[in-house]
Write a protein that binds this ligand. Structure first.
Ligand SMILES: [Zn+2]
Length: 435
């Protein structure tokens, strides 16, 4: 999400959790641990940083409702925003998990007095990635931690956390905003037109924070392309995406940063692929019919492109590791080495998932429109003419079976069923109203 001063006044569409947090501060009742839970990209991480900033702020102010807010300007606020406050520590996964060693390091820090601020704060993000042993280790810390220590666990799903951790924490729920309010705020906050806001929102699949960051970028408002061009553009953009990842790796100052770049190459940083992916999905759905050979051929080219991208990234990664390995103890290096392969694999497999998810979102829009006729439900509101045409042409039943097909295919992919077969089957099934 776009950074700026960390203030609750600038956190959009989450009044309820903000009210809860500021009320607990106003009453002087700070919990030892909080779980900020809610969907991806609704502002949980930003809220966690802002709450940390407020707790440490040297000159707290009040927001419009009279509730306390961070000033966003003092040295302390600036350091929290920059990630350099000595009493605000972030715990992020190393590779796919937050490991027990990381939690133990945190434990040592938790015992120290705050260095500059009033509190020692740990933001564990995403806490869904704690594994069994790191969860147990965290629980032990929660049981023994001294006063003046606050843990903020950021998670998408409460179920992924130990019940014993959940029951100790104050749960702060972040709700998904409605499409309508999300689009309105994106337009207001970035100054783009309602159409561009709707487009950015749709391109990110309804991820509010990501859409907010994307809205101001040039590539967003592209004209729709005919199927053939969309297909070529999409495949080119996949190659460019791989180059973009490679460039990110080359710049990574450490192996941890390289892993983070692989784990989270924030999609708004590469908007063209979002645009061409949606153009391709639109073209496929609007096509009267697809040539019989299309599913097999396209699936092959798609997967070959992903494979090429993966190999290119692996090659660059080998170089990065070779250059930096002297700085690491051999055990840590071995441990990290084990995580790079799966991270690269997941990154490229993620492209296939994203493609199928985009298709599913279109089917969901067709379904909503056929069902209610209400356009405010549509994710792809900026393409409502297309959705209406598809809805009229195909009807509710086809939309429902499309959603089922895509959900099943996504599940098969997550279980590592051969991606080529999954993709071919989807493309064959959606191939327009072929005679
Ligand atoms: Zn401040």
């Amino acid at each position: 999400m776009k950074s700026g001063p960390l203030r609750f006044a600038t956190l959009h569409l989450q009044q309820e959790p903000i009210r809860l947090l500021t009320a607990s501060l106003a009453k002087g009742r700070i919990a030892q641990s909080y779980i900020f839970v809610g969907a991806r990209s609704v502002g949980k991480t930003r809220a966690a940083k802002t709450f940390a900033a407020l707790l440490q702020c040297l000159e707290p102010t009040t927001g419009p409702s009279g509730a306390p807010d961070a000033c966003g300007r003092c040295l302390s606020c600036k350091r929290v925003a920059a990630g350099s406050h000595p009493d605000v520590t972030f715990l992020r996964p190393l590779g796919t998990e937050i490991r027990v060693g990381q939690v133990r390091q945190m434990q040592e820090l938790a015992l120290l007095h705050p260095y500059l601020g009033k509190w020692r704060i740990f933001i564990i993000d995403p806490a869904d990635r704690l594994n069994e042993s790191s969860s147990n280790s965290l629980l032990k810390i929660l049981e023994e931690a001294p006063e003046r220590v606050v843990f903020i666990l950021v998670a998408e799903q409460l179920e992924h956390m130990l019940p014993t951790i959940r029951s100790r924490a104050e749960i702060v729920t972040f709700h998904h905003p409605s499409h309508r309010s999300a689009r309105e705020v994106i337009a207001q906050a970035t100054g783009v037109s309602a159409t561009t806001a709707a487009c950015a929102y749709a391109l990110t699949g309804g991820a509010f924070g990501a859409a907010l960051a994307l809205a101001g970028q040039e590539a967003v408002a592209a004209d729709p392309l005919p199927l053939r061009e969309a297909q070529v553009r999409f495949l080119e953009d996949l190659d460019r995406f791989a180059e973009h990842v490679q460039a990110g790796l080359q710049e990574a100052p450490s192996l941890e940063a390289a892993l983070a770049a692989l784990e989270n190459p924030e999609l708004p940083s590469f908007p063209p692929l979002l645009v061409s992916r949606r153009a391709l999905v639109r073209g496929l759905l609007l096509a009267e019919s697809l040539p019989a050979a299309f599913p097999v051929l396209f699936a092959r080219v798609f997967l070959d492109t992903l494979d090429r991208g993966r190999r290119g990234v692996e090659k660059v990664l080998d170089g990065v590791i070779a250059r930096q390995k002297a700085a690491y103890a051999s055990e840590i290096l071995k441990d990290m080495d084990k995580q790079f392969g799966p991270a690269v694999q997941a990154l490229f497999q993620g492209q296939l998932t994203a493609f199928l998810e985009c298709l599913r979102q279109w089917y969901e829009d067709i379904f909503h429109f056929a069902h209610t006729g209400d356009e405010s439900w549509l994710l792809n509101l900026d393409r409502k003419e297309d959705i209406m045409a598809l809805s009229l042409g195909r009807g509710l039943g086809a939309a429902e079976s499309g959603i089922r097909l895509l959900s099943r295919s996504l599940e098969l992919l997550s279980r590592h069923v051969q991606p080529g077969l999954v993709l071919e089957h989807v493309l064959t099934s959606i191939g327009g109203n072929a005679p």
